[in-house]
Write a new protein. Structure first.
Length: 128
């Protein structure tokens, strides 16, 4: 397992891939309110888990969206669908993921996720 210094060194590159428009100014209010949560996010979530070599970042994105769909976590799913698009995952791939998840998560969960996907795609001008 990586050291704290190694994880913190990997964090900026991972954040840039996942959240290309994010700056210190956009996360500063949350970081000030919840510094320990953001320290954990930076070091462990992005610096360790999302940076591990065993899966590429797009595969991690699909895993994350799948779990968020199954759990019905719409707000976080919206964030991660945006991340997926920023990583180069396509609308067609999102749809294929949703079709696949219908069998494993159930129709209601996937329909909720499809509404989230449409919202994210509309915000980016990818669907009307």
């Amino acid at each position: 397992m990586a050291t704290t210094q190694e994880r913190l060194a990997r964090f900026p590159a991972t954040r840039k891939k996942m959240f290309p428009g994010q700056t210190e100014a956009t996360v500063s209010p949350q970081r000030k309110a919840f510094p320990q949560l953001f320290a954990l996010t930076e070091e462990v979530v992005l610096g360790e888990v999302w940076s591990r070599p065993g899966l590429d970042i797009n595969s991690r994105s699909f895993c994350t969206m799948s779990v968020l769909t199954a759990l019905g976590r719409t707000e976080e799913l919206k964030v991660h669908m945006g991340v997926a698009l920023d990583l180069g995952i396509t609308k067609d791939q999102l749809e294929e993921m949703l079709v696949h998840l219908t069998v494993y998560c159930g129709y209601p969960a996937v329909m909720m996720a499809s509404r989230v996907a449409v919202e994210v795609l509309r915000e980016r001008g990818l669907v009307s």
